[in-house]
Design a protein around this ligand. Structure first.
Ligand code: ZN
Length: 386
């Protein structure tokens, strides 16, 4: 089989291992060797020169079916006004506009170097895009009624999601989780995002309770109040290493301890949280608890781009006590782990798929090159090396 060795001044094999004058040898679409030097003899060589080879990115949380709401105004008052705006905006879209938005969103992801996305999709029609192995579609449900569950098609990468603890009846959350458990699939859910959710779960009252009542949704049987959204889900028995919890802005030490003990996978979307709530999750505490947070952009209804480099640069600016290695891990290997694709993606180690990016970043040492990569001044589209 034809082998090719890619060389570059910098090779980011994993977040902790950046090699000067490194190589990655590829055969049959897989990485067969990587390290320092020229690489194995007898393989074709391609020298990319001064710049960095790195793993393609993984965006663990998107809503591509909201791409058509790009440019809609963000809330000027509270989270609930944004929710109402999204519901109204989405209801006004045609099926064709939603499908065109999904395609456009996929293109944005590709242009920004993302090889895999975890996409919550409440648009219930089967689409050809769910066959795309690099979009993991989470068919998302909410409310109280048991919907017809969309089955995974042949070859599709998909599973199920409940929207959130404050929008979804516990029996439905449990049913969706059980269906994922039976097939050993990742189950995804927004958790502990807004103060409104927190107030509703902990008091069974507040503005969210009024909102549900106004929509005719009864929550009397939801087992509320509970000490926190995380403890509510823990009590339901849906937290384990195949559950992906998104956001986690409203968490305390006990919540993080539960997540760590249960091995729950976590994903944060800091730019979305800043835009909608003016709050950020405690990413540093998550790293300290060994939760290995993944990174997501959320949708264009709450952020200005689906570019994970923008998300990583935001973390550098806003959470300065995170190390560059932590931030790179969030955008690559932690995302692959969150979506159960760590054996294939996320690092440039032998055995993984050969999906790499080349970026023309340089520096006097590896720290300087990484700092430039994550700097707000460096805005260059990555080049795919496949
Ligand atoms: Zn979301």
């Amino acid at each position: 089989m034809n082998s090719i060795t890619h060389r570059a001044k910098w090779v980011l094999i994993s977040p902790e291992q950046i090699i000067e004058n490194g190589f990655v040898t590829v055969s049959g679409g897989r990485i067969v060797a990587s390290g320092r030097g020229r690489g194995p003899k007898g393989t074709r060589k391609k020298d990319h020169g001064p710049g960095m080879l790195m793993p393609a990115l993984v965006n663990a949380h998107t809503h591509l079916d909201l791409t058509a709401l790009d440019g809609a105004p963000l809330p000027d008052s509270d989270f609930l006004s944004w929710v109402r705006g999204v519901i109204t905006g989405k209801a006004a879209l045609t099926k064709e506009e939603i499908l065109a938005g999904i395609l456009k969103g996929q293109e944005f992801l590709w242009q920004s170097g993302c090889i895999l996305a975890g996409d919550h999709r409440s648009f219930s029609l089967e689409t050809p895009f769910s066959e795309n192995p690099f979009i993991h579609v989470f068919h998302e449900y909410l409310g109280t009624k048991f919907p017809p569950i969309v089955p995974a098609s042949n070859g599709a990468s998909s599973s199920l999601a409940a929207h959130a603890p404050h929008t979804t009846a516990p029996r439905l959350i449990l049913d969706l989780k059980q269906r994922c458990r039976q097939k050993n699939l990742v189950f995804s859910m927004h958790v502990a995002e807004s103060p409104e959710e927190m107030e509703f779960i902990t008091t069974a009252g507040g503005t969210w309770a009024e909102f549900l009542e106004s929509r005719g949704i009864s929550f009397e049987m939801w087992g509320l109040p509970a000490p926190s959204p995380i403890r509510h889900l823990d009590h339901l028995g849906v937290l384990d290493s195949r559950t992906l919890a998104i956001h986690l802005v409203q968490t305390d030490r006990d919540d993080l301890k539960i997540l760590a003990r249960k091995g729950v996978r976590v994903c944060v979307c800091p730019r979305s949280n800043r835009n909608l709530l003016d709050q950020l999750p405690d990413v540093h505490a998550m790293v300290d608890w060994g939760l290995r947070p993944a990174l997501g952009t959320d949708s264009l209804a709450s952020v200005s781009s689906l570019d994970l480099f923008d998300e990583m640069r935001f973390l550098v600016r806003e959470v300065p006590d995170l190390s560059p290695a932590d931030i790179i891990a969030m955008g690559t290997v932690n995302g692959a782990r969150a979506l159960d694709r760590e054996k294939e993606l996320g690092t440039l180690e032998p055995g993984k798929r050969a999906v790499m990016l080349f970026l023309p970043v340089d520096g006097a040492n590896s720290e300087a090159a990484i700092a430039k990569l994550l700097s707000g001044d460096f805005q260059v589209s990555p080049e795919w090396v496949l």
